[in-house]
Design a protein around this ligand. Structure first.
Ligand SMILES: [Zn+2]
Length: 510
């Protein structure tokens, strides 16, 4: 083994797993953390003088990180980003691994191939997609393809119909094939298909349990929202965990629970205490974002969530939807167009408290629900490699700011967590969530010898989100360096243009 290639010198090293929190050097080589210790001399590390004269090969590159925190890069379990600019915004928020687990992909092998062919700055991975499997087997739509196509079909009632026995078995076979191909779990956009029978969800959960794979669910409506519903969306997840033994991950508990967050979390907590395997995630924003054609955004259904048309901002134009008629028009003209939806009021202390409880709930991890960029307005549309993105590119601020914002919120206020605990919710805990099925995750979310060199270096005093609903692509502040598999993707606060060191994260099917 050759010597280290990079030594990060003199930073405050925080490893959320061991609790190590001290000033030390971190040596990186061959994509891994090679050594962590105080005052590592380059010549000892490398067996030769650093940058020696007389034609000797240069020693490891020393990077002075005094005064900065050095920790494991963030693991995002919930990223829909497929464009380079979106991935870079996430990297500038500390993310080194961005996984598409809620919507998922099918066939997953094609999704891994496409991501590998393009090259990505951050590590990537996919769950099998129940929604896309249904689009193929129930609606007869070709699977795969770009996210825009998927979003435009999300509100299409054809894929949401109850399945007959043959269709259900075809959906399950497709999911099983993806699991055998290394899918990280099964993503279930159940909330987008309110007519699907409960039994189908239990079959999907049973399949996951058999494969030892987690599921990632966008919950159905809560009973408070749709009192005549056959089952409460939160009860359904809990019940699937109890009945099948599957690990059920409850996606963005903040946005699907709205002002019922406390009720949902106490239900989850009771089920966990009784032994059910349920995990949760949240992002620290009061508004959501999804395709404007989604079933639950139909004008006649808005009031279930206490919404009115003007709770929606149509992202491509920045237009606040004025009337029901305009909403109908937009849903028909551009069903996949993204809309920002005001669910909780970030300026209201009670709502802010709800958001915070969704983040501080024991075991809840930070996950962004990051969205691809949409290029709006006249002029050249999209050069995905252009950096920074043009002013006409928009997304949800959670794409650019979730992790910095979460760390800042979690470490401030009246009951602040320690910095190490807050970082753990962004790195170690999401990695652990996947470890049973994905042994490769045991080397992520840690800053220790032999861990993958997915490393984040930030200035704790400056760390802050800067993206807003009006300026959604402003990168976070305070992120100084980000390395993925030992390669800089962010250096001195700037994107390294050519860097594509991201590697696939795959499950080990049993
Ligand atoms: Zn969702």
């Amino acid at each position: 083994m050759s010597g280290p290639e990079i030594v990060l010198r003199g930073g405050r090293v925080i490893d959320p797993e061991s609790g190590f929190d001290a000033v030390a050097d971190v040596a990186i080589g061959e994509g891994r953390i090679a050594q962590v210790g105080a005052g590592l001399p380059a010549d000892v590390l490398d067996g030769r003088p650093a940058g020696g004269p007389g034609g000797l090969p240069a020693g490891p590159a020393d990077v002075d990180v005094a005064g900065l925190v050095v920790t494991a890069g963030f693991v995002d379990l919930h990223s829909h980003v497929t464009d380079l600019a979106g991935m870079r915004l996430q990297a500038l928020d500390g993310v080194t691994t961005a996984l598409e687990l809620e919507a998922g992909a099918t066939p997953v092998a094609a999704a891994y191939r496409a991501a590998g062919a393009d090259g990505r700055p951050t590590n990537y991975g996919f769950a099998a997609s129940w929604a896309q499997a249904r689009m193929a087997e129930v609606a007869g739509l070709a699977p795969g393809g770009p996210l825009a196509g998927f979003l435009s079909r999300l509100g299409d009632p054809r894929w949401q119909r109850p399945a007959d026995a043959a269709q259900l078995s075809a959906v399950l076979s497709r999911l099983a094939a993806d699991l055998a191909d290394g899918a990280l779990g099964i993503g279930v956009l159940l909330g987008y298909a309110p007519a699907v029978e409960e039994g189908e969800y239990l079959r999907v959960a049973a399949l996951a349990a058999e494969a030892g794979a987690p599921t990632f669910t966008h919950a159905r409506d809560l009973i408070e929202m749709v009192p005549h519903a056959a089952i409460d969306g939160a009860e359904e997840i809990v019940r699937a965990a109890g009945e099948t033994g599957a690990h059920m991950h409850y996606c963005h508990v903040n946005s699907t629970s709205q002002r019922h967050i406390d009720r949902v979390l106490s239900l989850v907590g009771r089920a966990q205490a009784a032994g059910a395997r349920i995990s949760t995630e949240a992002y620290p924003y009061g508004s959501g974002m999804t395709a404007i054609g989604a079933a639950f955004l139909a004008p006649e259904r808005l009031r279930e969530r206490g919404l009115v048309p003007s709770s929606l901002t149509y992202a491509p134009t920045g237009e606040r939807v004025a009337t029901e008629a305009r909403l109908v028009e937009l849903r028909q003209a551009d069903p996949g167009g993204l809309a920002i939806i005001e669910l909780l009021n970030e300026d209201d202390p009670a709502d802010r408290g709800l958001l915070m409880r969704s983040l501080t709930f024991p075991g809840a991890v930070v996950a962004s629900d990051a969205m691809p960029l949409t290029w709006t307005g006249p002029g050249p549309k999209t050069d995905p490699a252009a950096w920074p993105p043009t002013a006409t590119a928009i997304t949800h601020p959670r794409t650019a700011g979730t992790f910095s914002r979460a760390v800042r919120l979690l470490t401030s206020g009246t009951e602040p967590l320690s910095l190490a605990r807050a970082l753990s919710k962004c790195s170690l805990e999401p990695a652990r969530l996947l470890e049973d099925r994905v042994p490769a995750m045991r080397r992520k979310g840690r800053l220790q010898v032999n861990a993958d060199a997915d490393v984040l270096v930030f200035d704790p005093a400056a760390l802050a989100d800067r993206a807003t609903y009006a300026n959604s692509t402003r990168p976070s502040a305070g992120i100084r360096h980000v390395l993925v598999n030992g390669t800089f993707v962010v250096r001195d606060g700037a994107i390294v243009a050519e860097a594509r060191p991201g590697r696939p994260v795959r499950a080990q099917p049993r």
